[in-house]
Write a protein that binds this ligand. Structure first.
Ligand code: NDP
Length: 494
């Protein structure tokens, strides 16, 4: 096993002074310097100079100026720029994948396949909407007294400047979802990356400039969310906030934005469940659990964290799962054979350590894992915990890590009721060879997306977003159009 060598352009990029990207120009920040830590080593790989409040406002001003001309650009021209950006990301795949892995601890294979390849797919999908975001012609029923006639039509018009606030777990891909959707509708964007993963979006913005995007259409502002967030949202040019992140921060963003009459889309976390019906074999269940719960160290908002298993199979499933988790190849995320890298940051490691300690205190049974791995970096063992009851903290609080909670059920109907009692509803899955039965469960599981015999797969054509406490609005499909455009009606007498 050995780590791949860093590309010379990655080394050169890391050595640069990083800050912000406004009006197609790199802008040094206010002088407040943040370290970018490689979670695999705990060491600094770069620094960035955070934006001041005035610079954040400047980014909004710039985006607003750009919006006035971007909205007028023929839509197919906007689409073709998005296609160029997709091609550019495909060309720079390895460079961006390496930078992302260094900042987030994501394995290099996942950075390539999900962060880059999926971003390219999403960009091309959204580019395909150019020229297809249309209104309707309407029949009007007004009476005619002197031969006059009436007609009406609707148009979909861009809402304006979008503030996109994104988390650290998929910093390129989640930002691309928002950037591409906003831009194809005619909006301009100011992106606020997580302070843990500030670099790849700076590079993406530079590449967009190379592709020919006009100044101000894509801006990136780095710094602490708690300081910059309210400034960005509060600026009069901000028409919409598209936020992905934790429930607590999302709710705070929602309060700030709606108090000022701003539109809001929230993609939040939750506590996703996977329900395994009894017709599956033990190995089929274990395969499903590995797919649903442990990819990217469990740091996927849609990953399953609560696993409901038939009472007569749970012991056998946990025994086989323990063998599989204990043989997971853990190591440098830059090694192509590594299956599990470190957690993305120290705060994440501390949070998980605390939640597993709480599980022990509450009498949950640690089947395997449950410890920090020694040797530097933020590595944590893949962990399976058999909870004492549905009231265990681990059945309620999101770990956002490689920690699965397992519970036995006697009656799948009762399991469904318990799953639906959660205040969250981002994602769920049901697993069975009996498709008819699985579809019946899928109809009744309360979540924005329900998978059958699969989990965590996202496709640009399939709307994604949370129900209940897990969010507001939907991304992808045609659902995004409502979020980024205003419906205008035009009536004509003739
Ligand atoms: P956070 O909510 O902590 O942060 C998300 C973003 O919000 C970051 O850019 C952060 O900046 C910023 N932020 C922090 N405070 C404020 C504020 N007061 N106003 C405006 N912005 C602010 O989430 P994490 O980055 O820790 O991501 C993990 C969470 O994201 C998990 O709960 C996960 O479930 C959720 N998530 C949901 C997804 C979905 O699609 N539903 C997808 C991916 C993740 P800074 O880093 O500087 O604090």
């Amino acid at each position: 096993m050995s780590a791949i060598p860093l590309l010379p352009e990655v080394k050169a990029f890391l050595a640069r002074e990083h800050g912000n990207y406004i009006d197609n120009t790199s802008v040094a920040g206010s002088g407040v310097i943040f370290e970018v830590i490689n979670p695999a080593t705990g060491e600094s790989v770069a620094t960035f100079n955070a934006a001041s409040q005035q610079q954040a406002q400047h980014a909004l001003d710039s985006a607003h100026k750009a919006f006035m001309t971007w909205r007028e650009m023929p839509t197919l021209q906007r689409g073709s720029l998005l296609l160029k950006l997709a091609d550019k990301l495909a060309e720079k795949r390895e460079e961006l994948a390496q930078i992302e892995t260094l900042c987030s601890g994501k394995t290099i294979q996942l950075s390539r396949l999900l962060e880059l390849d999926q971003s390219v797919t999403f960009l091309r999908y959204f580019a395909g909407w150019a020229g297809k975001i249309n209104g309707e012609t309407l029949d009007v029923s007004l009476p005619s007294f002197a031969g006059e006639k009436y007609t009406a039509f609707t148009r979909r018009q861009p809402v304006g400047v979008v503030v996109a606030i994104v988390p650290w777990n998929f910093s390129i891909m989640i930002a691309v979802w928002k950037i591409a959707a906003a831009l194809v509708c005619g909006c301009s964007v100011v992106v606020k990356p997580s302070e843990y993963t500030p670099l790849t979006l700076l590079r993406l913005a530079e590449l967009a400039t190379e592709c020919g995007f006009p100044p101000g259409v894509i801006n990136v502002v780095n710094g602490a969310g708690s300081e910059l967030g309210p400034v960005l949202i509060g600026h009069e040019a901000c028409a919409k906030v598209s936020f992905t992140g934790s429930v607590a921060t999302g709710n705070a963003v929602n309060r700030t934005a709606t108090a000022q009459g701003k539109r809001v889309t929230l993609e939040l976390g939750g506590k996703n469940a996977a329900l395994f019906l009894n017709d599956l074999s033990v190995t089929e269940m274990v395969n499903g659990i590995m797919e649903a719960g442990y990819l990217n160290q469990g740091q996927i908002c849609a990953a399953a964290e609560c696993f409901w298993l038939p009472a007569d199979k749970i012991d056998a499933v946990l025994a086989e799962l323990k063998v599989r988790l204990n043989s997971t190849v853990i190591g440098s995320p830059l090694d192509e054979t590594t299956a599990m890298g470190p957690l993305a940051n120290l705060a994440q490691l501390e949070k998980i350590t605390q939640l597993v300690a709480t599980a022990r205190d509450e009498g949950d049974e640690i089947i395997c894992g449950g410890e920090v791995l020694s040797g530097g970096g933020y590595f944590y063992q893949p962990t399976a915990i058999r909870v004492a009851s549905v009231d265990s903290t681990l059945m309620k609080e999101e770990t956002f890590g490689p920690v699965g909670s397992f519970i036995a059920y006697e009656d799948a109907e009762q399991a469904l009721q318990c799953i639906n009692a959660s205040p969250y509803g981002l994602a769920a899955s049901v697993w069975s060879r009996n498709i008819s039965l699985a579809l019946r469960f899928s109809e009744r599981l309360e979540a924005g997306i329900v998978w059958v015999n699969m989990h965590t797969f996202l496709d640009p054509a399939v709307p994604f977003g949370g129900s209940k406490g897990s969010g507001i609005g939907r991304e992808f499909g045609s659902a995004f159009i409502e979020d980024y455009t205003e419906l205008k009606s035009i009536m004509i007498r003739y």
